[in-house]
Each structure stands twice: as structure tokens, then as C-alpha cells.
Design a protein around this ligand. Structure first.
Ligand SMILES: N[C@@H](CCC(=O)N[C@@H](CS)C(=O)NCC(=O)O)C(=O)O
Length: 258
């Protein structure tokens, strides 16, 4: 279940000792002010939320509204004007994967997110860039593409990407449950943040991208990732994203005619 913003804020704001996903009581970081500008449906915003949960860092979630940008967002990310933005002790950090790396470096109150080995780190960054630059744009554009050749090509492209990522999963996980091994790591977060939208796009378009025969490892990984404690309250339910996709499509259509 996805928590409402108010219940989320209550939970995050509560004065309690953070408990890690392993049940350990962690020291509270004194006087650390952490805010995240975001919106619940954004896969990019899910990344720092999962990373903060892994590190048991309490934060205030400042939600942007569809169709408008707050003054704080415009001031904090004047270059791209996009979410997410993490504001740590008044200092803004932009770009979701940059934020995840920052969280990993600043807080040691939970397992490491980036692999410790430099080669593994380079490979994880390589696939994260592939996901953002090639795979996600193809997948996202399936819904907007008109029936016919261009839609078919995008579905094929996204499907081929899934097969490449299935292979990457085999190599990165080294037979364990996550790209990061026994724990969810950088690449799990980079790719897993798109799982909600992947399922919504499958449903909206009657296609199967996560598939028993072509991507058996990813299929099991997706179930494992989605039910992992730092993730499960962040990844929205498929139906909620399907409804949001319809609202977004109407909003974009109205915007293009105005
Ligand atoms: N590369 C950026 C992408 C962030 C992004 O595209 N955010 C979207 C929300 S999902 C946004 O803020 N869009 C508003 C806009 O494009 O004006 C990241 O990883 O943070």
C-alpha cells in the first residue's frame, strides 16, 4: 500500500530511533536537516527515497504538484528545474543517481549502496546510464506512440534491453538475489525504481516485458525487490500508476492545445 503524504510525513517526522531493515537500532544523526523535493509517481524520486530508507535517514518529503513548480524547486535546481532535489542542511543536490551516491557517502547508518570493488562500481554505473539513456526512454514512449511500426519498434527495443539487463543481472548478482549481491545496491535502485511504471506500461499496452522465458532471473528479482522493506512503501501499486498515467495523458493533451 502506498502511504498518503500526510501519514508519510507523520512517520518520517516522528521522534524515534531509526531501525534498519535488519532490525538494528541505529544512532540518530544529530541536527541533520534532510528534505526531499519530489512527487510520489516519479521513478527518479523513488531512488533517493529508497536510499534514505536503506540508511534509515529521516527526511521531510516536499511534494510538488502536477503542472506547477514551487519556488523552492526553481531555486534549488535552476539548471534542470526537475525533481528530485535533496536538500541537506540547506544545500541542494540534484540528479537522482548523484543524490543516491551522495546519500551513500554521507550516511554510514546502513549497508553500502555502491559496490566496494572499483570494477563492479564502474559496471553498475554503466548499466544505470544505459537504463536512463536507452532503455527507459524506449519503454516510456510505448504508450504515447501511435499503433503501428513505431510502437512495435519501441516494444522491441525495450524488450531487447530487458534481455541485456537479464544478462547483466546474472553477471552482477553472481548468483545472489540482487544486482548488489545479498543486499540491494546501486543498480537495484537505478533499475528497480522503474518497476512500478514497467508494470503499468505492460498493463496499459497489453505487452509483457518481464517474461518467464526471456527474463526469468529479472522476474524473480522484481518480486524480491518490490517486497524488500526499504522499497515496498515507496513503489506505488500498478493500478495507482495506471490511473495517474491517464491523468497525465489528459494534462499533456490539454497543455499541447492551449
Ligand atoms: N535525470 C534526472 C531526471 C529527472 C526527471 O526527469 N524528473 C521529472 C519527473 S519524473 C521532472 O522533474 N520533470 C519536470 C520537467 O521536465 O519539467 C534525474 O535522474 O533526476
Amino acid at each position: 500500500m502506498v502511504m498518503s503524504n500526510s501519514s508519510f510525513r507523520r512517520r518520517q517526522g516522528a521522534k524515534r530511533k531509526p531501525i534498519s531493515s535488519f532490525g538494528l537500532i541505529l544512532p540518530v544523526m544529530a541536527n541533520s536537516d534532510v528534505k526531499l523535493i519530489g512527487a510520489w509517481p516519479s521513478p527518479f524520486v523513488m531512488r533517493p527515497r529508497i536510499a534514505l530508507n536503506i540508511k534509515s535517514v529521516e527526511y521531510e518529503f516536499l511534494e510538488e504538484k502536477l503542472g506547477s513548480k514551487s519556488q523552492l524547486l526553481l531555486e534549488s535546481n535552476p539548471v534542470h528545474k526537475k525533481i528530485p532535489v535533496l536538500i541537506h542542511d540547506g544545500k541542494p543536490i540534484c540528479e537522482s543517481l548523484v543524490i543516491v551516491e551522495y546519500i551513500d557517502e554521507v550516511w554510514s547508518s546502513g549497508p553500502s549502496i555502491l559496490p566496494s570493488d572499483p570494477y563492479d562500481r564502474a559496471i553498475a554505473r554503466f548499466w544505470a546510464a544505459y537504463i536512463d539513456e536507452k532503455w527507459f526512454p524506449a519503454m516510456r514512449n510505448i504508450t504515447a506512440a501511435k499503433e503501428g511500426e513505431s510502437r512495435k519498434a519501441l516494444i522491441e527495443q525495450a524488450g531487447e534491453g530487458m534481455v541485456l539487463l537479464e544478462d547483466a543481472f546474472g553477471k552482477c548478482s553472481k548468483g545472489k538475489g540482487f544486482f548488489g549481491g545479498d543486499q540491494i545496491g546501486y543498480l537495484d535502485i537505478a533499475f528497480g525504481s522503474f518497476l512500478g511504471w514497467l508494470r503499468a506500461i505492460e498493463k496499459l499496452n497489453g505487452v509483457e516485458l518481464l517474461d518467464e522465458t526471456k527474463t526469468p532471473g529479472l522476474l524473480k528479482w522484481a518480486q524480491r525487490f518490490s517486497s524488500h522493506p526499504p522499497v515496498k512503501n515507496v513503489l506505488p501499486e500498478t493500478d495507482k500508476l495506471v490511473e495517474f498515467a491517464k491523468v497525465l495523458a489528459k494534462y499533456k493533451a490539454a497543455e499541447s492545445t492551449s
